[in-house]
Unconditional design. Structure first.
Length: 106
């Protein structure tokens, strides 16, 4: 299994719309893909809580975790018609985006 982590910097005024976009468009599009295992949208703790627990600073306040059975199927998703619709939505609500890919080993 592989895991793709995508980090987003989303303005506070876009937060509700970003969360709705994930639930209403992005996750359903993912669900149609061969090899899709699951996904999660994470929102960073508020700054005061992050500071209180000693969390690392980051410019990103949202993270998507996408799980696929293989990297080949994740790449098929990235080349799919559904991705061509929902990726611009996510990217368009963000001032910065970065990602990392992992092999799940445990």
């Amino acid at each position: 299994m592989i895991l793709l982590q995508i980090y987003f910097a989303v303005a506070e005024e876009q937060a509700t719309a970003f969360e709705a976009m994930f639930a209403d468009a992005y996750a359903p599009a993912l669900g149609k893909q061969p090899g899709y295992v699951g996904s999660t949208l994470l929102r960073l703790f508020p700054a005061a809580v992050a500071q209180e627990i000693g969390g690392a600073e980051t410019p990103f306040n949202y993270q998507m975790e996408l799980r696929f059975d293989t990297e080949a199927n994740r790449r098929r998703w990235a080349a799919s018609d559904e991705h061509a619709v929902v990726w611009p939505l996510a990217q368009g609500m963000s001032s910065a985006v970065e990602w990392r890919g992992y092999d799940v080993v445990g």
